[in-house]
Design a protein around this ligand. Sequence first.
Ligand SMILES: O=P(O)(O)OC[C@H]1O[C@](O)(CO)[C@@H](O)[C@@H]1O
Length: 613
Amino acid sequence: MASLSGLYSSSPSLKPSKNLSFKALPALSRDSFSFPHTSRPTNLPLTLSSARSVARDISHADSKKELLKDPDALWKRYLDWFYQQKELGLYLDISRVGFTDEFVAEMEPRFQAAFKAMEDLEKGSIANPDEGRMVGHYWLRNSKLAPKPTLKTLIENTLDSICAFSDDIISGKIKPPSSPEGRFTQILSVGIGGSALGPQFVAEALAPDNPPLKIRFIDNTDPAGIDHQIAQLGPELASTLVIVISKSGGTPETRNGLLEVQKAFREAGLNFAKQGVAITQENSLLDNTARIEGWLARFPMYDWVGGRTSIMSAVGLLPAALQGINVREMLTGAALMDEATRTTSIKNNPAALLAMCWYWASNGVGSKDMVVLPYKDSLLLFSRYLQQLVMESLGKEFDLDGNTVNQGLTVYGNKGSTDQHAYIQQLRDGVHNFFATFIEVLRDRPPGHDWELEPGVTCGDYLFGMLQGTRSALYANGRESISVTIEEVTPRSVGALIALYERAVGLYASIVNINAYHQPGVEAGKKAAAEVLALQKRVLSVLNEATCKDPVEPLTLEEIADRCHAPEEIEMIYKIIAHMSANDRVLIAEGNCGSPRSIKVYLGECNVDDLYA
Ligand SMILES: O=P(O)(O)OC[C@H]1O[C@](O)(CO)[C@@H](O)[C@@H]1O
C-alpha cells in the first residue's frame, strides 16, 4: 500500500508510483492544451483513461483509509488547504479531495495561462471568439473595470434607474392603472434559461417572508403551467407588474409566455402596456415591441453579458430590488469575491481551488458528476442555477483549436438533509461516478430565535450533524467532497457565491481550452424545433387542400408525407397529428392513433384561403 506521506506530499523519496498518480497525463505546457482524452471512447470496456481512473480511485481509497487512520495527517491536510475570505465570511475546504502536490505543480502553468486569459477578458478582449464578443459580467459589479467610459456610465445609470424604479413601484408612486389596492403587489417574470434561473435562485434565497411584491415565474411554453400561474394571480392580475426578460428578445418560449399573458390581460379588461416591463438588448424584437406599445419601462441587457452570467445585470437586479432585496449588497459581495479570485496564487484563490478540484475529481474530462448539496432550504435552487452556469459553459464538442473534445461537467443536486432520504444511499454505496460539494451555512436562524429541542441540541444542530455525518461517511467510502461554508445567507454572501462559481467556470474552461461563453448546441435544438413547426404548417396546408375537395379526401400518413415532399419525416408527421388530435384541434383523425398505419386524416372544415400555406 502506498504510504500516506507519499500520496499527499511532494517528498521525492515517497512519490506515488507512476500508474497510480496523475502523472499519466502528458507533460503540460501552454501550447499543449490538448488532452489524452480528446475524443472520449464510449464503448470500450476498459480504456487507458478509464483504467487510469480506476487505478487512481483505488489509490485514493487506500490513501483515504490511511488518512482516516491518521487523524493528525487529515487535520494537517485540512489546515494546509483551508481557505477563508474573512470579509465575506466564506470558507473553502478541499481536504477531502485527494489531489497530490505533484498534480498541483503540474497544473501551475495551465493556471497561470488561465489567470492571464481572465485578466485579458476583464480588460475587454474578445473572450468569446465564436460570437466575436467581449465578456463583461465582472464589470457589472465594478464598473471601473469596464474598458470604455461609455460602458461604465451605462452600467452605473442602469443600476441607478433600477433602484429608482423599484422604489417608485414599492412606494406606490408608480401605480397600476386599475387596481383597487392602488399599488403593485405581484411580479410575473416571463423568461427562460439565464433569463429565469438567476431571478428564481435569488428570490428563493433572499426574498423576505413578506416582500413588498411577491414573485412568480413563467419559464416555459407549457400552456398548463402558464394557465396555472395566471390562475393563481386571480384578481391580483390588476396589480401585477409583468417583467419580460430576454437578452435576444426573440426566444420563442418567452414570446409565447408574453402573448399568453397579454391575452389574459385583454380578457380581464386590463391595459398590459401600463403594467409591462421589458429587459432586453436595444432594438431587439422585444425592445421594439415594448417601445411601440408604450410599456411602462424598459431596461437594457448587453451584448457583452451572457444569459447565464446575467444575474448581476437588470435581469437579476430588477426583480430582486422589487422584492426588497438589497441589490447593492449583492454587487458588493460579488465584487469582493472577484477581487479574491484575481490572485494568481492557486492556493489563495478559491475559484482556482474549485477548478483544480473539479479537474482532479473528473479527470479533466467530466468523468465524474458534481453533486451540489446546500444544507439550507433557501439555497435549494443553487444547484439548478449552477446546472446552467456550468453545463452550458463547459459542455462543448470542440476545444478552442477545433479538436473534438466533448467536454463537460454534469451538475445536479437538491438540498440536504432532504436528499439523505432520496439518493445519498447511492452516493455512499453505489456507482462511484460523482464528487460532492457541500454548501454549509453557519447561522441556523436569526439571533434570538433559537431554542433547544432536547437538552443541548437545536434543530439546526441536527442539520449540521447530518451534513458532517454525510461528508464523513462519503469520505470513509472513498468519495471525494468539497465544502463551501458561508456564515449567513445574505445578499452579500449570495453575490459572493455566484461570483465564486462564475470565476471557477471561467478558469476551468481555460485549463481545458474551451470557449465557456457560447452555446452552439442549444441552437441546434432551437433550429430543429422551428423545423417541426414549419412541417406542421405544411401538413395542415396539405390536409386543407384534401379537405376542400368534393368529396373530402381523407389522407393516410404516407400520402401526407408524400404531398409534403417529406417521406423521411413520416414519423414526425404521425407525432404532429397525434398531438393535434389529442388537443381537439381542427384536424380529424379516423382510425386508431395507437396504430399509425390505420389513420386517415382530414380537417374539420375547408379553409378556402389556406391560412396555413
Ligand atoms: O435571454 P434569452 O435570449 O431569451 O435566452 C434565454 C436562454 O437561452 C439560451 O440562449 C439557450 O438556452 C441561454 O443561454 C439563455 O439564457
